[in-house]
Unconditional design. Structure first.
Length: 135
């Protein structure tokens, strides 16, 4: 299945998610683990679309989203290198049209902090929280 860049942008505008998880971890100096994730979720009947996205970007996984018995599947990219070298450049070049572009920009800003290891400091976590809370 061949996907066009315009189709991908529209599809991700409707079905995609740029997510930054902040997991409280008391054993870390900065008290939080930062977990970036790009994902697209679909019913299993459209799993070919998710595999086409995986093939297009050349990274990520396709997996069941909600457990063994769920009909919901997910294309997910969590690797920092893949996010920085494949996902971020694609959506910088091919702009999302909806409010999701604001979410993407926050996601990108957090990944740039992670790239500089700022997420490993208390100050960096504060910056991330500010990015995530600003509309």
């Amino acid at each position: 299945m061949q996907l066009t860049t315009q189709w991908i942008v529209g599809f991700v505008d409707g079905e995609g998610c740029f997510y930054i998880g902040l997991n409280k971890k008391k054993d870390l100096i900065q008290e939080y683990q930062v977990l970036p994730e790009f994902s697209v979720v679909q019913h299993k009947r459209d799993i070919k679309l998710l595999y086409a996205l995986k093939n297009f970007f050349g990274c990520g996984v396709v997996r069941n989203n909600k457990g063994k018995d769920s009909n919901i599947m997910q294309y997910r990219v969590r690797g920092q290198k893949d996010l920085l070298e494949k996902i971020i450049p694609f959506f910088q070049k091919h702009k999302l049209k909806s409010i999701k572009n604001v979410n993407f920009k926050k996601f990108r800003n957090v990944l740039l902090l992670i790239e500089k290891s700022e997420h490993l400091t208390i100050e960096g976590i504060q910056k991330i929280k500010i990015f995530l809370n600003n509309e």
